[in-house]
Each structure stands twice: as C-alpha cells, then as structure tokens.
Design a protein around this ligand. Sequence first.
Ligand SMILES: [Zn+2]
Length: 213
Amino acid sequence: MKKKTGLFLIIIILGSCAYFKKPSFPVEQLHYPDSLHVVLRSDWGWKPLTGTIPEHRIKRITIHHGGVDFNRDEDPVQYIRHLQDWSRAKKNWIDIPYHFMIDLDGRIYEARPINYPGDTNTTYNPRGHALICVMGNYEHQIINRKQLTAVVDLCAYLAEHFHVPPSQIKGHKDYAETLCPGKNLYLYIRNGYIQNKVKEILNRENKNHQKRQ
Ligand SMILES: [Zn+2]
C-alpha cells in the first residue's frame, strides 16, 4: 500500500513539473553567408521569448533608425539588451521591435526572430516587413561607410532569401508619419542607392550561380 502511494506521489510531482515547464516558441534561425558578419542572438545574451504572436512571411524590407543619439563611448550590446528588456517590460512586446540592429562599426546583430512581425509606435502594420534598425539618430548624425555597406549587404541577403524585389526596400517614413530613419539615412533610400546596390549584388550572384551550373 505504501509503495503504491509513493509511486502515485512521484507521478503527481512529475506531472506538475511538465505542467509548469516554460513553453518555448519556434524561432526561425537564418544561416548567413561567411561574408555577412552577423552577431547571433546566442552571442549577445538574447533572452528567449516568453510570449508569442502569429507568425508572418517576409514580403518587404523596411529601414529604421534608433531615433536617439548613439555615441562611440556606448556599448552596443548593452544598448540591445536594454532595448529588449524595455520592449518587454514597458511596451509588452514579445521582443525588440526590429529583426536586425546595426551599430556604428557596421556590425549586424540579430534581434527579434524573423518569423514574427515587428512592432511600432506609429500607425503602419509591420506584418510582412523585415525590419532593420541602424542605431543612432540620422536626422542629425551622419551615416558612415561601414554602416551603409552593412545595410546594403543585409538587404541583399534578405532580398535573396525571401525573394523580396529591391523596389520593396523602403524606409519607415514611406509607410507612416515619422522622421524615421532620419534624413541622412533616408537620402540613400530616396535616391535609390541602396536598392541599386542590392540589384547589383543579386545580378552578380545570379551570374555566378549560372556559371556554376
Ligand atoms: Zn522607424
């Protein structure tokens, strides 16, 4: 009789552990070419999702800026960790609102998993958008060469992977009433520089691919 009660208790305990086990939500992990230096979520201390929203499919790429000055003496990893905590605690979002962050040296950091739509304080619907955010305020900071190259290379990778036409690479202000991504960065979207560079990369890769076949 005692043995049976013990067994019964063990089953109850194991059952309740399974019940209280934290749920895990699917995260689509992209595989980047060696030429694209991406700091993975696992390398900067990303905290796993604690909630979820319906997933989406990427159809366009939208460029943002952080909207606050970002200076040389600031640590980009601290900034991203803080942004994640703030997004969850203050905004009740599942994660950082953007899928990628780019720092002053053009380093790219993975942020919100790409299979979930981003979030916004403005009025557009970010479903279907891959969101790239350049840290800093480009209404008055100047975008540097390394950052611009990182934006182009990341856009080219995403455009190829998700079959996004370069014409669907735009800035936040193309969809909503905002200064984002700041005039000094938006300049390169408005004059077609980023879209044209992406086209060049995709054409070059297509030609290389045809040669190999
Ligand atoms: Zn924005």
